[in-house]
Design a protein around this ligand. Structure first.
Ligand code: FMN
Length: 224
């Protein structure tokens, strides 16, 4: 596939056919992903492919309350889990949210479930002393995850960058023999997509890129 097609059609795939991924294919995806950049080229990632169906179901259980709160905030018109505007949703309201989410409901059937951990002892977290929430550390791991998803798309597979497993971080660390300085950056399901989406909803360039200042001329408009 050409780059333009890969980048425009790598959607968030959460439902898969029953086809498994041969280990050599999985290795190839990781082989391509590993060329991602990281701060100081420290490559603090570790990937664990979790096969145990019971542990996967446990992941779902750890995720559910956090996802309920996410959905409740969404229903209340909030931007879920943002660190700037406090939520008006209570824990009791969130607990009442009933939902079905195939990825969580049948997690044991997903061809591959990867847990992507990040060794924080290797990460240059340049904003660690800021009062706002940290954003820099993620830049040493998510390019790797995104490379993996682009590689998957290019090979006819699909997957999703999910982060909600962090809700059970200490339990996950214990189950996977990860020391506490390995943060849970993502849980990535992979497989053959049940359906391939090709039209992703994204803002046009002029809505998010400007010359010189936030309210400057949108990029693409000066010469048009
Ligand atoms: C940082 C990040 C965290 C995400 N966390 C989750 C998650 O926890 N669960 C999930 O189902 N999807 C998660 N997603 C997927 C987003 O919901 C998805 O990228 C977005 O809705 C766009 O979907 P599309 O790529 O199919 O257009 C996450 C995506 C990113 C980039």
């Amino acid at each position: 596939m050409d780059f333009d097609e890969v980048v425009r059609t790598t959607f968030t795939c959460r439902e898969f056919t029953g086809e498994s991924i041969p280990e050599k294919d999985l290795e190839k995806l990781l082989e391509q992903a590993r060329f991602a950049p990281s701060g100081g080229n420290r490559q603090g990632w570790h990937v664990i492919a979790v096969r145990d169906p019971k542990l996967r179901q446990q992941f779902s259980k750890w995720i559910r309350p956090t996802f309920q709160l996410y959905l409740a905030q969404q229903q209340a018109g909030e931007s879920p889990w943002n660190s700037i505007i406090p939520t008006r949703v209570t824990a009791e309201e969130a607990k009442k949210i009933d939902f079905s989410f195939p990825l969580l409901d049948s997690i044991e059937t997903v061809p591959v479930i990867l847990v992507v951990a990040l060794d924080l002892s290797l990460v240059a977290s340049f904003d660690k002393d800021h009062e706002r929430v940290g954003v820099i550390s993620g830049a040493s791991i998510y390019p790797f995850v995104w490379n993996l998803l682009l590689a998957a798309r290019n090979s006819g597979y699909g997957g999703a960058l999910t982060t909600f497993l962090v809700a059970g971080e200490s339990e996950v660390q214990e189950a996977l023999n990860l020391p506490s300085h390995f943060s849970i950056a993502a849980m990535v399901p992979l497989g053959r997509p049940k359906k391939q989406l090709t039209k992703l909803k994204r803002k046009p360039v002029a809505e998010f890129a400007t010359w010189d200042t936030l309210d400057g001329t949108p990029i693409g408009k000066l010469e048009s």
